[in-house]
Design a protein around this ligand. Structure first.
Ligand code: NI
Length: 139
């Protein structure tokens, strides 16, 4: 485990009270653990927004009607085109018409964003949600 550093923070009483209530309801065992998670989230968000060469992990959830046009061909074609970033994909037949696909991505922020945008903007995709994460540099 990495060496831990203790630091003091001055915060308004009301803010701390609300924060403590919220983290308790979420099941955090300590304020420190909640703050560590928030710091990681903040760093990852910043890496994502800064873009460039930061190595990111992503999971892109897509919902689409498989009968619609040539959507399955297009999805497959794009995933092959970005095979350096697409590391896995899971497909679930939700009902008679709808398919749910989760595409796992790993690559630079710019490359992950590019493939996620292209997959999400395909005509027959009804819903697209990208979640990103990263590791390294304290995260
Ligand atoms: Ni399906």
């Amino acid at each position: 485990m990495e060496r831990l550093v203790r630091f003091g923070v001055s915060v308004e009483e009301e803010l701390v009270r609300e924060f403590d209530e919220m983290i308790k309801s979420k099941g955090y065992s300590s304020r420190s653990e909640a703050i560590r998670d928030l710091m990681r989230e903040y760093l990852v968000e910043n890496r994502w927004e800064t873009g460039g060469d930061h190595l990111m992990l992503g999971s892109l959830t897509l919902l689409y009607d498989h009968e619609s046009h040539d959507i399955t061909d297009k999805l497959t074609h794009l995933q092959h085109q970005y095979q350096d970033v697409v590391i896995a994909a899971t497909h679930v037949h939700v009902d008679e018409h709808n398919c749910l696909e989760v595409v796992l991505l790993r690559g630079t922020a710019d490359r992950v964003r590019q493939v996620a945008d292209r997959l999400s903007s395909l005509n027959s995709v009804k819903l697209a949600k990208l979640n990103v994460a990263s590791v390294g540099g304290g995260v």
